[in-house]
Ligand binder design. Structure first.
Ligand SMILES: Nc1ncnc2c1ncn2[C@@H]1O[C@H](COP(=O)(O)OP(=O)(O)OP(=O)(O)O)[C@@H](O)[C@H]1O
Ligand SMILES: Nc1ncnc2c1ncn2[C@@H]1O[C@H](COP(=O)(O)OP(=O)(O)OP(=O)(O)O)[C@@H](O)[C@H]1O
Ligand SMILES: [Mg+2]
Ligand SMILES: [Mg+2]
Lengths: 258, 258
């Protein structure tokens, strides 16, 4: 199983959209995909018409096992509108984890251990994270073999990326782990000079760590989210789906997958 | 002093942009404005060309007083490019507060107490919050007399607003406090049916709690953020500045300010 995390402390940059788009494309290729919603706000769960305020069991039960005993990914996973894509849903109770898990040994490795038990059941696991550094993001970074950082092609977002990098280096140092990352320029609007200028800055600053193409602004991604259907099945030929297909090939190449 | 918080657990909806725009407009009217960056990612601090990874003192020092003794807002506040607007900057160390302040008495009231000591120094305090429920957002909600919730006019964002409401009711119940809120539709794109449709849903669901106008999509807000200048001083006549001016009049009316 390949585990990819999608993270950025900046909010609203397309983390959830990227997980959904890539998961759909992998499922279209016949892969078995697990998507994990680590955001207490539950956007990925809501995308598939489930309610994070009212869902049992959920990812929370992997962190705080119910009295009846620990749950496995098999028991928590839910089918989605996309065949081949299974969701580990978020519940809003995840917001209480930070306070509940203080000082517990191995609190950053809960997800890694749960995924290890399900290693043969899926080909890919894609992790959606909340826009904040905390125990949930740390679990995702600890479990992942590859990190995708969506970055809006906009000036302040690039400054924010520098801070994200500092955070990443700090977390990796404390975990004695190297996590390869790729910067994915998104929400690119070729009509504005701000987009074009900031893309050049991104490429200059991050070189090979920055993907050579971009995800364009495309309102049809919002239409897909309203319908609760992955973009490649909702409207296959759009510019953003083709761009995500191109990005997926790049990621598969980085992960040495044929 | 009037204290307004801007919050939404959904990321990237214009929280920071709203704090900057309103602060600039209030300063244009000669008001003394304090803006507070409660987001460890520090977008508001970066907007004014300061570095959250390298800033001392910062808001963090109000929560965890340095050995040399407690600091006041007067010692932490920084002048900005906009005369009349003072910033309490964020540092990335704020991300450690959740773990540090567990179980401490009154950890939700630190900001309220600090603002009470500076009550006569400012006419308005605007609080920018991170997109996550935690000790920093709770401090903002506890200190505020009015809450502004920016909501993207987009289907999933409205679903997210329902969850935000649940969170708000939960927090207010535990604090025995009623916090009036107003839903501010933003990133409205009159060319797309998704925007128009979701605005109607917002109005139906939230009635009087939803502002009767909208903040339009306007890329010049990004240009202002790149320049580090508040929108009303960067390009006064734009559609978004006029819309924020209209929204400010609405808020002043709600707060019984002439
Ligand atoms: N390429 C794109 N073109 C147009 N809209 C997009 C694109 N990518 C994402 N969006 C839209 O932008 C908004 C934010 O995207 P999304 O929710 O995926 O971001 P996020 O980083 O997961 O946010 P959060 O920080 O709240 O978790 C959504 O309304 C989504 O539909
Ligand atoms: N009305 C608008 N029109 C166009 N762009 C906007 C508008 N409001 C905000 N933006 C842009 O959208 C992006 C997100 O805005 P902003 O950073 O203010 O959101 P936020 O809610 O504070 O995000 P976070 O959740 O990360 O704190 C920024 O690039 C900003 O310039
Ligand atoms: Mg998300
Ligand atoms: Mg912000």
């Amino acid at each position: 199983m390949h585990v990819w995390a999608v993270a950025n402390q900046k909010g609203g940059v397309g983390k959830t959209t990227t997980v959904v788009a890539l998961a759909g494309l992998l499922a279209d290729q016949g892969k078995r995909v697990l998507i994990v919603d680590l955001d207490p706000h539950g956007s990925l769960t809501a995308y598939f018409k489930m309610d994070p305020d009212d869902i049992e069991p959920s990812l929370y039960d992997l962190f705080v096992p119910p009295d009846s005993g620990a749950l496995s990914i098999g028991k928590v996973g839910r089918a989605t509108s996309s065949e081949g894509v299974t969701l580990l849903p978020a519940s809003t109770a995840l917001a209480t984890l930070e306070r509940k898990m203080i000082g517990q040994e191995g609190m950053g490795l809960v997800l890694s251990r749960a995924l290890a038990d399900a290693w043969d059941a899926y080909d890919f696991a894609l992790l959606d994270t909340p826009p904040v550094l905390g125990v949930l993001m740390i679990n995702a970074l600890a479990a992942a073999e590859q990190l995708v950082i969506p970055v809006q092609t906009e000036f302040l977002a690039i400054k924010g990326l520098e801070r994200m990098m500092h955070t990443l280096k700090m977390v990796m140092k404390s975990r004695h782990k190297i996590l390869p990352y790729v910067v994915m320029p998104t929400l690119f609007d070729r009509r504005t000079s701000a987009s074009i200028g900031s893309l050049r800055v991104l490429r200059d600053e991050y070189g090979d760590a920055c993907w050579t193409d971009v995800i364009p602004v495309d309102t049809r991604l919002r239409d897909a989210s309203r319908a609760g259907i992955v973009p490649s099945q909702f409207q296959p030929g759009t510019r953003s789906v083709r761009a995500y297909q191109h990005f997926l090939s790049y990621l598969l190449h980085l992960s040495n997958v044929d």
